[in-house]
Design a protein around this ligand. Structure first.
Ligand code: AMP
Length: 289
């Protein structure tokens, strides 16, 4: 696996692969790789001739009081894990390569960025995400790009960006990878002390409870959210948000309908954690109905 740092180098590598008829798959990450990231790399490996993992802690998507400086960084470990998962290239540009002096463009996706994490973190967060993803697509020109459903709103924003700007990139969303006790894997789990780590499992348990209620026949948002909120409260967690939204356009939903996204954000100790579940209202009732 090669580690490349400049746009010129990555362009040359991609041009060679495309000339050889290979499909190019890109996995954008901020490093501190875990099994969630590795699942994306393996998905890219299964479908691409050239697999590029980008490693860039994007300063523009962090708010002024967020954890940019504290964000875990270990490039040697990341390079080893990316290689073992099947990456051909680790693209790890310095900030000056991505945002050279005079950089003056921001991409703002309206609507879907106003809610959930966009409301909590402010509009700058998804502006930073949309801008860096657009830049990575411009630098790498991948055929496919792989994102985790863990960041469900990010997937919606990226799909909208790609559609609105006619980018010739296939966006692939991969399932959430969890720890054995159900906690969604996240680089920010490293901020949790032992007690917070235990409490953090309440997010997934709250989603399980909501899911079970829907499977037993409930479809209304209010009781489903109340049940999930109860699980969080029992663990001493007061969520930043817990909302039922349309999985495709993130509009508010009063009812699960055929399917809807239940999304949670909560501060747990030193970490801000997010998790979500697609609730399916159209499945056949199981034995408990
Ligand atoms: P990050 O490094 O946090 O920006 O994440 C890079 C990519 O990995 C994003 O597309 C995330 O959605 C994805 N990702 C992070 N955690 C998980 C997880 N637990 N399961 C699946 N994908 C994940």
């Amino acid at each position: 696996m090669n580690v490349l740092r400049s746009v010129a180098e990555i362009r040359a590598a991609v041009a060679d692969a495309k000339a050889a008829g290979e499909e190019v798959g890109l996995v954008p990450t901020m490093g501190a790789l875990h099994e969630g990231h590795l699942s994306l790399i393996r998905a890219a490996r299964a479908e691409s001739g050239l697999v590029i993992v980008s490693l860039f802690v994007n300063p523009t998507q962090f708010g002024a009081h967020e954890d940019l400086d504290a964000y875990p960084r270990d490039q040697e470990r990341d390079a080893r894990l990316a290689r073992e998962a099947g990456a051909d290239i680790l693209f790890a540009p310095p900030v000056s390569e991505v945002y050279p002096d005079g950089f003056a463009t921001t991409i703002h996706v309206t609507g879907v960025t106003d809610v959930l994490c966009g409301a909590v973190r402010g509009p700058g967060h998804f502006d930073g995400v949309a801008t860096v993803v657009a830049k990575l697509f411009g630098m790498v020109a991948p055929d496919s790009a792989y994102f985790g459903q863990k960041d469900a709103q990010q997937v919606v924003v990226v799909r909208r960006l790609v559609r609105d700007l006619n980018m010739p990139v296939r966006v692939v969303a991969c399932p959430i990878v969890r720890e054995p006790d159900g906690l969604a894997m996240s680089s920010r789990n490293a901020y949790l002390d032992e007690a917070s780590r235990r409490r953090a499992t309440a997010l997934n348990r709250a989603l399980d409870t909501a899911d079970a209620l829907v499977r037993s026949g409930e479809r209304r948002a209010a009781p489903v959210i109340a049940a999930a909120r109860g699980v969080l409260a029992a663990a001493g967690l007061d969520p930043e948000y817990i909302e039922l939204r349309d999985a495709e356009d993130l509009s508010a939903r009063e009812d699960v309908g055929d399917r809807a996204l239940l999304a949670i954000s909560a501060r747990v100790g030193a970490a801000r954690l997010i998790d979500n579940r697609i609730l399916e209202g159209d499945h056949r009732c199981d034995a408990s109905c």
